[in-house]
Design a protein around this ligand. Structure first.
Ligand code: LMR
Length: 343
């Protein structure tokens, strides 16, 4: 059974927790009835027109064509069903069958995915893909099976940009700003490194936090900044491309292994096809998001010169050393080598 820092197990009343667990288990059992199709409930937090939203819809469409009547997929976007945090418990207890939370948010379970948060390690999505396809990346898919999380594939969102009250051509411009970050110790260290004040916060709370001034700044991809309308409540976005945001398409291993062999084999093939399609689309969706933000006229977009980007990289690079023991110096060097080839 999975135990997390902020899971339902932290409820003060043990009786309440037992009751919730029982209800969740009951709901999970009811949904997988013996006669009907196998149901895959897939909650996520971004809007439908994002890399993850489009990939999830494509997965549903292909599954329901090729496994018609045998498997049904229900997608719940925009945190309609549950937050990322709750979806980890939901997957463990069989309330949902598939999730794709950001790799950064796996930090609460294991330090193994921290490599994806190291600033300026991956210059672009092609480099991330090479690393994910390497033995280092492939090992990660099965690295937290004991926590009831089995990775089937990696999905990209894109590279992250910094949004805030002013352009950030240099890291000094970030000094003193309160930044919303995902729940990741590497991202926390990254913001501290540039003199900012990191605030870990759920995705669904970011718009309001920017609007009310609870935070001054944030980092996210063009598609998330556009689809969640962060650009309406921040005056500037600086195109730093300083880090990667991506997902692990994840199932509960018990659910996965309980599937009939032919269904599991077909789902595996579909996951591979949809992932290849989605990872190509992600770049276009992010570019379109950037263009729509510029066209809105609500946010000024600043592009960095190569020298300015190099300055940012120098400012943030010490974070790598801080995490070199927990991530493994060898894995970092391998990832860097893919990037050097790309540059
Ligand atoms: C975030 O919290 O900013 C992202 O994890 C949202 C997402 O799933 O892309």
């Amino acid at each position: 059974m999975m135990i997390r820092k902020q899971s339902m197990f932290t409820l003060s009343s043990l009786g309440g927790a037992v009751m919730i667990c029982a209800l969740v288990l009951l709901a999970g059992c009811e949904k997988q009835s013996a006669d009907g199709p196998i149901l895959i409930k897939f909650p996520h937090v971004t809007a439908p027109a994002t890399p993850k939203g489009r990939a999830a819809e494509r997965f549903k469409q292909v599954v329901e064509e090729r496994l018609a009547g045998r498997v049904k997929v229900e997608i719940y976007p925009s945190a309609q069903l549950m937050s990322d945090d709750d979806s980890l418990d939901g997957l463990a207890f069989g309330e949902v069958q598939m999730i794709a939370i950001s790799l950064s948010k796996l930090d609460r379970l294991t330090p193994k995915f921290q490599i994806f948060d190291l600033p300026f390690l991956f210059p672009d999505l092609q480099t991330v893909e090479k690393f994910q396809a390497s033995p280092y990346g492939q090992e990660l898919l099965t690295s937290i099976v004991d926590r009831k999380l089995l990775g089937l594939s990696f999905w990209h969102n894109g590279m992250k940009q910094f949004g805030g009250p002013a352009p950030m051509r240099t890291a000094e411009a970030a000094r003193g700003l309160k930044f919303r970050i995902m729940e990741s110790d590497v991202l926390q260290a990254q913001i501290l490194q540039i003199g900012g004040n990191p605030q870990k916060m759920a995705f669904g709370e970011v718009y309001q936090a920017l609007q009310t001034g609870a935070v001054d700044a944030q980092e996210n991809t063009w598609s998330n900044i556009y689809s969640s309308k962060f650009y309406e409540v921040q005056a500037h976005v600086t195109e730093t491309n300083h880090g990667y945001l991506g997902y692990m398409l994840t199932v509960n291993p018990d659910f996965w292994n309980s599937l009939p062999d032919d269904i599991r084999a077909e789902l595996t093939a579909i996951v591979q096809e949809v992932s290849a399609w989605a990872n190509e689309e992600s770049l276009n969706i992010n570019l379109a998001g950037k263009e729509k933000i510029i066209a809105s006229g609500q946010t000024e977009v600043t592009e960095l010169t190569p020298e300015e980007r190099a300055g940012w990289r120098r400012a943030m690079r010490p974070v790598w050393e801080q995490f070199s023991d927990s991530i493994g110096a060898e894995a970092i060097a391998a990832a860097e080598a893919f990037g050097v080839q790309a540059e």
